[in-house]
Write a protein that binds this ligand. Structure first.
Ligand SMILES: [Zn+2]
Ligand SMILES: [Zn+2]
Length: 110
């Protein structure tokens, strides 16, 4: 656990894999999926210390441990192109798999 500013975050190293990706749910895009899943509005890049607001939903994979799952996180347009490892707030990763919490179609609950 590491504290950055007022938020306590779980530092998690991820990479952004290049290649095709598709959500198995019906969300229009990855950022919408993230917002539905978390019931939050994405307001900053998941990379620790990055304050960019130019966000897209990006697929990431953890680089440590046995966890090979894909996750979605809001990243700024620069970080989503990054090919190296990124230090992100682990609390901002949501599963890329279809999940009861996002429900694909339907209205966004605010
Ligand atoms: Zn979804
Ligand atoms: Zn960023």
């Amino acid at each position: 656990m590491k504290t950055v500013g007022k938020q306590s975050v779980v530092l998690t190293w991820v990479t952004v894999p290049v290649g095709t990706k598709a959500l198995s749910c019906k969300c229009r895009n990855d950022l919408e999926h993230w917002e539905r899943f978390t019931s939050r509005v994405a307001d900053s890049c998941a990379v620790i210390g990055c304050l960019e607001k130019d966000l897209v939903g990006a697929w990431v994979k953890k680089t440590e441990g046995a966890d090979q799952l894909s996750y979605v996180a809001p990243l700024c347009s620069e970080h989503c192109k990054e090919t190296g490892e990124l230090p992100v707030n682990g609390g901002m990763l949501v599963t890329a798999r279809k999940h009861g919490k996002c429900r694909g179609a339907g209205h966004k609950s605010v």
